[in-house]
Design a protein around this ligand. Structure first.
Ligand code: UDP
Ligand code: MG
Length: 335
């Protein structure tokens, strides 16, 4: 057994697209098993991230119909990154390699063979990089690209234009399981693992059906999480900014004194009001940044589990593991 591939597909309210996605993935699966690129023990693992629609029913139906399809149901919505992580940790115990792919068919299914080829060449991690994203709306494209640039500027190293379409070998998954942070940002954590890595390029498509589950608010949260989890640069910037302000204020003081001695006193109300606003703003910003990090410490020290698995379905058996904690169940108490 060294060709077992697990495809991990996080799904949140994806009833509109799921059947189409499963068909596309199954077609590719059949092609890859027929050419012996992957083992027939390979599986397509749909992770239901606490959907409120018929997503889980569809996954159950699909797994009853196709032996290659499996489902994992999280006990509630935990967000894309945690859903992915849950799937990855489940796959880790059964596979040789794992590829994560979104449920909306935006990532090119045909590229899967290229990932597996790289794995056979000896890579432990293969990043799917979007060579173009013409099909995204202007807004999505601009915000997403701004996001990558800003992240790198802020010191969180990520692979440019790579989202969560990636292959990881079992060894890389083992390494990933040792990262304990709760505010998970896989795009930042995975490059930290190291090991032999490469990229596969593909064109990003339009969502096959349904709506984006990443509205602007979620994207902003995601970016803030990424930056504050990976870099203390914002803290340092505040200090540098503070130093600059102090230097400037020495100049201002000299100017005020000289003006006073030469008798050019002016009413000065505007200048005072402006400086109060400006300094107040800078202070609040500084406190805000500090608060961000303290908030991080707050949520990390609790060491809460990232997810609970409510049920697992596969063609052969249906296990129901009510709120069974899969991860760190021995060393992390429920809090
Ligand atoms: N997703 C999830 N949990 C969430 C939000 C999204 O599992 O809370 C999944 C979603 O079903 C999809 C993937 O994450 O498979 C990416 O989401 P989406 O395609 O909506 O994001 P976009 O491509 O618009 O950034
Ligand atoms: Mg999408």
């Amino acid at each position: 057994m060294n060709n077992v591939l697990y495809l991990v597909v996080p799904c949140y309210n994806e009833e509109a697209v799921l059947v189409q996605t499963a068909e596309a993935l199954l077609d590719k699966y059949r092609e890859m098993t027929a050419s012996a690129q992957i083992s027939p023990h390979s599986r397509i693992l749909f992770v239901d991230d606490g959907s409120a629609d018929a997503t889980w029913q569809i996954i159950t139906m699909l797994s009853g119909q196709y032996p290659a399809v499996m489902g994992l149901k999280l006990s509630r919505n935990r967000g894309h990154q945690n859903a992915l992580f849950a799937g990855m940790m489940y796959a880790r115990e059964h596979c040789d390699m794992m590829i994560s792919i979104d449920a909306d068919l935006q990532d090119d299914v045909e590229a899967l063979s290229a990932f597996v080829e790289k794995y056979h060449e000896g890579c432990d991690i293969v990043y799917g990089v979007r060579s173009e994203r013409k099909k995204d709306t202007f807004f999505k494209r601009a915000t997403a690209q701004g996001f990558y640039r800003f992240m790198n500027l802020m010191g969180a190293e990520t692979v440019y234009n790579h989202a969560d379409y990636r292959l990881m070998s079992r060894r890389a998954l083992e390494a990933l399981s040792e990262y304990r942070e709760t505010g998970l940002f896989l795009r930042g954590v995975v490059p930290l693992i190291g090991l032999r890595s490469d990229s596969v390029y593909y064109a990003r498509r339009e969502r096959a059906a349904g709506e984006t589950k990443y509205p602007l608010k979620k994207m902003l949260n995601f970016a803030l999480d990424g930056i504050t989890s990976f870099s203390v640069k914002p803290l340092r910037l505040i200090s540098v900014f503070g130093m600059l302000c102090s230097l400037l204020s020495v100049g201002g003081l000299l100017y005020a004194l000289i003006s006073y001695f030469f008798g050019y006193t002016v009413p000065g109300w505007t200048a005072i009001t402006c400086s109060i606003w400006l300094l107040g703003g800078i202070q609040l910003l500084g406190i805000g940044v500090l608060g961000e990090y303290i908030g991080k410490i707050f949520s990390e020290v609790k060491q809460r589990p990232r997810y609970h698995i409510e049920a697992v379905v596969s063609h052969s058996q249906t296990e129901t593991e009510k709120t069974k904690e899969t991860e760190n169940s021995t060393d992390r108490p429920l809090s």
